[in-house]
Ligand binder design. Structure first.
Ligand code: ATP
Ligand code: MG
Ligand code: ZN
Length: 202
């Protein structure tokens, strides 16, 4: 079956992520030492790796045998999270679930211990889209999270996230990938895919 390139090449481990070493090394270190935060905030422009890293982190914290802080990709936890059969890792798009009811429902579910893995992880994309009352509901649980709970919030618009939320999150800023890094990466993928491309001298 044909798989779109962006899906096929979405990095599966921290070491495959390009241009964000300042973040991936920190996160790997936290996984290695078990010193995890209950709430992360990933900030950065579109397509810099926020969702990608959130998914990798969700697997790494639950992996049965992480490899130097990376998810192994082979254990039941890694595979179950990747194929969506493990429901303890939840991805939520705040752009379409931005009401207080959505967050209240999440809160009711979040207090329960995870069923299949160690940590219940909520990845909330476009978190700046939450309504003020939804942010308040989220704040309540981020203030006193149960041990098994991790939030990974992602946003392109830091200035729209309330200070009360910011102060409780560990922040990571994703940088723009430089043209040369991108060109090298495209060249690498093209070679693997047996595409002929020509690089013009810049
Ligand atoms: N740093 C990176 N290294 C390698 N591939 C990347 C990186 N960032 C993005 N990609 C590629 O681009 C695609 C989109 O990345 P991702 O969804 O992680 O971006 P995002 O920061 O969440 O963007 P958005 O703000 O639009 O949600 C991924 O499938 C991945 O293949
Ligand atoms: Mg994203
Ligand atoms: Zn694993």
């Amino acid at each position: 079956m044909y798989q779109a390139l962006y899906r096929k090449w979405r990095p599966q481990s921290f070491d495959d992520v390009i241009g964000q070493k300042h973040i991936t090394e920190t996160l790997k270190n936290q996984v290695r030492t078990g010193r995890l935060s209950h709430a992360y905030l990933f900030i950065g422009t579109r397509g810099t790796g926020k969702t990608t890293c959130a998914r990798i982190l969700a697997r790494a914290v639950n992996c049965e045998h992480p490899v130097d802080g990376n998810p192994c990709g082979e254990c039941a936890a890694c595979r179950g999270i990747a194929d969506g059969s493990i429901l303890d890792v939840v991805e939520l798009d705040a752009a379409s679930n931005n009401g207080v009811d959505n967050v209240r429902a999440l809160r009711e579910e979040a207090v329960f211990s995870p069923a299949a893995v160690k940590k219940r992880v909520y990845i909330i994309d476009e978190v700046h889209m939450l309504s003020p009352s939804a942010f308040n509901a989220l704040l309540k649980i981020i203030e006193e999270p149960p041990e098994h709970l991790i939030f990974i919030l992602a946003t392109t618009e830091l200035q729209k996230v309330p200070a009360t939320i910011l102060s409780r999150c560990q922040r990571h800023s994703f940088r723009r990938i430089e043209t040369k890094e991108l060109a090298d990466y495209v060249e690498h993928i093209a070679a693997e895919e047996h595409f002929d491309i020509v690089r013009r001298p810049s």
